[in-house]
Design a protein around this ligand. Structure first.
Ligand code: BGC
Length: 368
């Protein structure tokens, strides 16, 4: 009897040790970012990594060099390493099905970070309001050219959109195009190349060189005869960088061309100061990491996730259960932060975030 009691006691102690160990072992978070070749993902990766680590989590952070196969591998390795939760900014939103199914089988929840993944294993989506990013770009062009009061005047514009593999790209382009469509139909805005379809203006991998080459070709084909170019709607900063370079080298006109962008990349902010780019839609990715951490904590603690959580972040963020689907009819609850417009007139707003400093040379730099 005594022996039995001792055995039961030691079993109870063993079990409580296991419970304690697992309760105390920090949860491990897999953070999969697309590439280090575009400025913003370096910032996203390090903010996420720092914030999760300071909150006591273990992390694995990978960048997959814009190679979808490599991203699948990276995520599979994280699953073998026993991560408890995955945060993924997909290179190709349609190419992660197998590994998403593996995550679901292993019971590992997934937050789609910034870019949606087309698989129902995704529990939540954290991003900015992507359609609004495009709307802000379109409205900027509308105001800069004063299209509403154009009367008989006409203006010429071209479009450069993002990577078709990135689910965001269509939202950015759609948001911008919807603002300008009426002016195009009325003839106030003319797309001289005739290229208005997303598929024609898209830029694989958001590549600066690809955007530069296409813009140079369009300038040579449609503007070399002195046709005035008034605006070039670019969906983000990496493509705006290529387009601005093409305009600088291959556009003969001497008017200032309105060029839009997105992200607040350091090199593009310098172009804004120099008048080579006109605006960027800024998205504070440090706050995107704040929201992701708070959401991950709530998921791990099995807390209720909804409006109340969204209003507790201390960062403007909408809880949206309608806008995004991971498959037809399968809505993905989303936390959407708010983008803003930066021009040369309000660069101070970036300095006020604490993430940029103004150098003595008048150009912004990343804060240390
Ligand atoms: C992001 C943009 C970024 C683009 C290229 C998009 O998914 O939302 O901020 O400019 O990818 O990296």
């Amino acid at each position: 009897m005594k022996k039995l009691l001792a055995l039961v006691l030691s079993l109870v102690m063993m079990c409580s040790c296991i419970v304690m160990a697992s309760a105390e072992a920090p949860a491990k978070i897999g953070i999969s970012m697309p590439t280090q070749s575009l400025e913003r993902w370096n910032r996203d990766g390090s903010y996420l990594d720092e914030q999760f680590k300071s909150a006591g989590f273990d992390t694995i952070l990978t960048y997959s060099d814009n190679d979808s196969g490599r991203q699948v591998n990276d995520i599979q390795n994280m699953l073998s390493d026993g991560v408890n939760l995955l945060i993924i900014a997909a290179i190709d939103g349609e190419a992660l099905n197998t590994v998403m199914d593996e995550a679901a089988e292993a019971g590992v929840p997934v937050i789609a970070y910034d870019r949606l993944i087309m698989n129902d294993a995704v529990s939540y989506y954290v991003s900015f309001d992507n359609y609004t990013v495009g709307t802000l770009q379109g409205q900027y062009v509308e105001t800069a050219l004063d299209l509403a009061n154009a009367g008989d005047k006409t203006y010429n514009i071209e479009f450069t959109a993002g990577d078709p593999a990135d689910n965001n790209a269509g939202y950015f382009f759609g948001g911008a195009y919807d603002v300008l469509k009426g002016y195009i139909e009325a003839g106030t805005l003319k797309v001289v190349s005739g290229q208005t379809e997303f598929s024609a203006v898209a830029t694989a991998a958001w590549s600066t060189d690809t955007a530069l080459n296409r813009a140079s070709n369009l300038l040579a084909s449609y503007y070399a005869d002195g046709t005035v170019l008034d605006a070039w709607l670019c969906s983000n900063d990496s493509t705006a960088m290529g387009v601005a370079q093409a305009i600088e080298s291959n556009y003969a006109g001497n008017n200032a061309v309105v060029v839009t962008g997105q992200d607040g990349d350091i090199a593009n902010l310098a172009n804004i100061v120099d008048g080579k780019q006109t605006m960027t839609v800024y998205k504070n990715v440090k706050n995107e990491a704040v929201v992701t951490l708070a959401l991950a904590k709530a998921m791990i603690a099995n807390e209720e996730i909804g409006e109340a959580l969204a209003s507790s972040f201390g960062v403007a963020c909408a809880y949206d259960v309608e806008s995004y689907e991971t498959s037809e009819g399968h809505k993905c609850p989303s936390f959407l932060l708010v983008p803003s417009v930066i021009t040369k007139d309000n660069l101070q707003e970036l300095v006020d975030t604490g993430l940029y400093v103004m150098g003595d040379d008048g150009y912004l730099k990343a804060a240390e």
